[in-house]
Each structure stands twice: as C-alpha cells, then as structure tokens.
Design a protein around this ligand. Structure first.
Ligand code: PCA
Length: 223
C-alpha cells in the first residue's frame, strides 16, 4: 500500500500593528498543497498573539506530525529572506499583540533554556535560495515579539516532546511586499512571487540535506 506523503507544515501570521496584510500568510497560503521532494505542504495561519500562537502551533504539530515545520513572519525593513539561526527565551514587546498584550521581559517558557538553535540546515537553505537568484541572509535575531515567541515555542516542543523527536524546524522572516513597503516607511521589499520561489528552494534543500553537518558557508556578521 502506498503511504501518504510526509508533510511540511508552513505557518504564516495574520496582519499586526498598523499593517493590513502579512506577506508571511500570503506566501504560506500560496505554498499550500504543493509537493516538494515527495513531501506535501500544509499551510496554517497563526494569530499574532502571545501564548495563543504557540498553543495553536502545538495543536498543528499533533494533528499533522510533519517532517519539517517552517514558521514564517514579516520583518519590515529587511531586504532579503532571513533564515533565523537562534530563538531566545524572552518576550519583550515593542507594540501590543493583536489581543492588546504587551509582555515585557517575561520568559516564553518558564525555566526553559536561554536559547535554541534552529533544527534545520540553515546554511544549505541559504545557499539554495541564493542559487535560485533570490536575496537571502542568515539572521542571528528573530527579535523579541511574537515571531521569536513562536520560534522558541517550536524549538522547545521539538526538543522536549518525544513524539516530535525526528521533526526538524525553524523560522524564516520575510521582507515587506513592494506595495506595502512605503506604508511601513521601509524602502526594502520583495515581490511575493520571489518569496515563494525562495521558500520552495529552501524547503527542497532542507528535505534533501539530511546529513548531520550543515554546509560550511560563511554567513556571520561582526555585529
Ligand atoms: N512578524 C512579527 C510577528 C508577526 C509577524 O509576522 C515579528 O516579527 O515578531
């Protein structure tokens, strides 16, 4: 009997702050149902809300049991697809979330480790996005708002739940769409089509690069 293909869960957020669209959800939704390297993509939207976003992600992991989880978010001002290397155990919100909560210096997970690294080959993914002709970078901070919160919650679930032991995952920040960059006061932007192409290349690289070692590519920064 043929087994159904393994899944890749891709999440995006609803709009937050003063924006009325969030490219992370538009891109996740556009990827829904696609097959990449014998895996099927399932997209889901998370609310830009502390706590609730992480709870919904946990339920989605239980439901889909994906091989790979990619959470996407908007980082207005960035000019490239940003693969996040590290999630930190702190919520420090510059603006209220979509329910009006604004936690300051509270842990994402009480008594959790200070940080987790992404559990996916970020360098191989970086190389693959660039090879597709799309600007990409490695980022060493996902901020301290809901994106980092969800990223940390994801990595904590993967590290602590036995049923997610083999699951890989991480977080990717996307630039503004061209039509919204000006409203954000952020000149940097990327077309949705390019974001989708970059993500397809990144997902393929993550699924095909299963070795213990990531690609040895210099992508650090001095500050
Ligand atoms: N970006 C925000 C939260 C939701 C989103 O798309 C962030 O970077 O934290």
């Amino acid at each position: 009997m043929l087994r159904p293909p393994s899944k890749v869960l891709v999440t995006g957020f609803d709009p937050f702050g003063d924006a009325d669209v969030n490219p992370s959800w538009l891109v996740a939704r556009a990827l829904h149902g696609r097959q990449i390297a014998r895996h099927r993509i399932v997209a889901a939207q998370l609310p830009t809300v502390f706590g609730q976003s992480a709870q919904q992600l946990s339920a989605l992991l239980k439901l889909h049991r994906p091989a790979l989880v990619l959470c996407l978010g908007l980082a207005a001002g960035r000019a490239a697809i940003s693969l996040e290397r590290v999630a930190i155990n702190v919520d420090d919100a510059r603006i209220p979330d979509n329910r009006g909560a604004q936690p300051i210096d509270s842990p994402v997970v009480q008594a959790g480790p200070s940080a987790y690294f992404a559990r996916m080959p970020v360098k191989a993914m970086l190389q693959a996005i660039r090879a597709a002709g799309i600007p990409a970078e490695l980022s060493n901070t996902a901020g301290t708002f809901v994106c980092n919160h969800v990223f940390y919650a994801l990595m904590h679930l993967l590290a602590t739940r036995r049923d997610h032991k083999g699951t890989r995952g991480g977080f990717i920040h996307l630039p503004c769409l061209p039509e919204h960059a000006l409203a954000h006061g952020a000149p940097a932007s990327m077309a949705q089509h390019d974001m989708e192409r970059g993500l397809r290349a990144a997902i393929r690289a993550a699924l095909e690069h299963t070795g213990a070692q990531d690609v040895g590519l210099a992508a650090g920064t001095t500050h």
